[in-house]
Design a protein around this ligand. Structure first.
Ligand code: BDR
Ligand code: CA
Length: 310
């Protein structure tokens, strides 16, 4: 099984991504590291445990990491995810413990303890934990197999400001460190995730599984949709973060280009923009496999089949 660490700020779509990973025997989740993002750290590190318990996986190690971005004040997104971050269904308070170790220390220790190229990082929120680990322990860069992350946009531009996607906008300094780290990157931007839209039929397929987990996934996506349908006028809501895990399971669902991506960190107007050289108009070296399209039916088929196992 491929070893992964999920770095996350749950969030309903983060929650579905975690469930997809836990449902997949081809992935071994070494740990879940939590970061401030959609909601503050105290809630994201609680929500990650709520999700593990829902999946019956109280053995998963959950760590709390950075509670604010490297250089900016934390911006949260309760207007999307609700006050708890996981609004849509009420789930029991988690009983499983939060690990004592700081998420950044766990990342550094785990990467150092494994052979180079054997651990993949899956960031689903702002990149604060990952950037802090790379800054504190530059030797881990060559240990990381690859970083497969959700963030940024090219054609879809911004969902938080006219120019920026939420995860990159919250901590652009951290994103810059990650994009300049030399670690192989695979990026799932809004261009992909805005094609991973829920429809009535797709949500009903989760509900019709007749399981607690299927019911929770349907309830979360229903909640999430209320916001996105009003905003985008589309049929459903984008399930952003599960695209990262789906890529690990079935990379041929996605197509993209290996190109240069730089992060805007100075202009307030375009702060956190991913400046994406899609047409290769510069000679800057490619640093990311930037995805542009996905097979949405194949994605939902995979997601539903796997969620059914929990
Ligand atoms: C990203 O922001 C969060 O609201 C979602 O969980 C996703 O990671 C989408 O821009
Ligand atoms: Ca997220």
């Amino acid at each position: 099984a491929r070893k992964i660490i999920i770095d996350t700020d749950p969030g309903q779509d983060d929650a579905v991504a975690i469930l997809l990973a836990l449902a997949s025997p081809d992935l071994e989740v070494l740990g879940i590291t939590c970061v401030a993002g959609n909601v503050p750290l105290q809630l994201t590190s609680k929500n990650a445990r709520v999700v593990c318990e829902l999946a019956g996986r109280t053995d998963v190690q959950v760590y709390a990491g950075c509670d604010s971005p490297l250089a900016r004040d934390l911006v949260t997104a309760e207007y999307v995810h609700g006050k708890t971050g996981l609004d849509g269904i009420e789930l029991p308070e988690p009983k499983m413990p939060l690990q004592d170790q700081h998420a950044v220390d766990f990342l550094i220790e785990t990467l150092r303890a494994h052979p180079a190229g054997s651990v993949t990082l899956c960031p689903l929120g702002p990149l604060t934990n990952i950037a802090t680990a790379l800054q504190r322990a530059p030797d881990i860069a060559e240990k990381i197999a690859e970083i497969v992350l959700m963030g940024g946009a090219y054609f879809e531009v911004g969902n938080t400001t006219p120019a920026a996607e939420f995860n990159i906008h919250v901590d652009p300094q951290a994103a810059e460190i990650v994009f300049r780290s030399g670690v192989p990157l695979v990026v799932m931007p809004l261009d992909v995730t805005h094609k991973a839209l829920t429809t009535r039929a797709r949500v009903e397929a989760f509900r019709n599984l007749g399981t607690r987990v299927g019911h929770a996934v349907a309830s979360w996506t229903d909640f999430f949709e209320r916001f996105d349908m009003a905003k985008y006028g589309s049929e459903g809501a984008p399930l952003h973060d599960p695209c990262v895990i789906a890529y690990l399971l079935k990379p041929d669902l996605f197509t993209g280009r290996h190109i240069n991506v730089e992060i805007e960190t100075t202009s307030e107007l375009t702060m956190g923009m991913t400046v994406t050289d899609w047409w290769r108009v510069t000679d800057r070296a490619p640093n990311a496999m930037f995805m542009g399209d996905l097979d949405a039916d194949g994605f939902y088929k995979l997601l539903t089949e796997r969620i059914a196992r929990l």
